[in-house]
Design a protein. Sequence first.
Length: 127
Amino acid sequence: MSALVLDAGAFVAVDRGDRAMIARLRAAQRHAVDLRTNAMVVSQVWRDPYGRQAQLAILLRAVDVQPVDQQIGRDAGVLLGRAGMRDSIDATVVLMANTGDRVITSDPQDIAALAHAADRKVLVVSC
């Protein structure tokens, strides 16, 4: 079954109370669709040292947050070079997506270009 891979835009939308995004993610959970991201994406969106980003904290409990290790870092660098792009976090998001997954992002053009360069058959969904 495919997963929803969340880029920072999905988390920002939830943190801002975007009802459409919250409903989309709840529907995914009801249908047993895995929610996935990586630790670098979390670093882009988590700002409150006291944990007061309640909506974000609730969402993170339901998301498989994967680590970014040295190999993924190297692979992301190679992908960026191949695509002629610069956003390393976007590259790590694309690398964690599998064929058939949907990537929810506020940067659909960048994610689509990286997915193409990585030969990943994913659906890029704008948030």
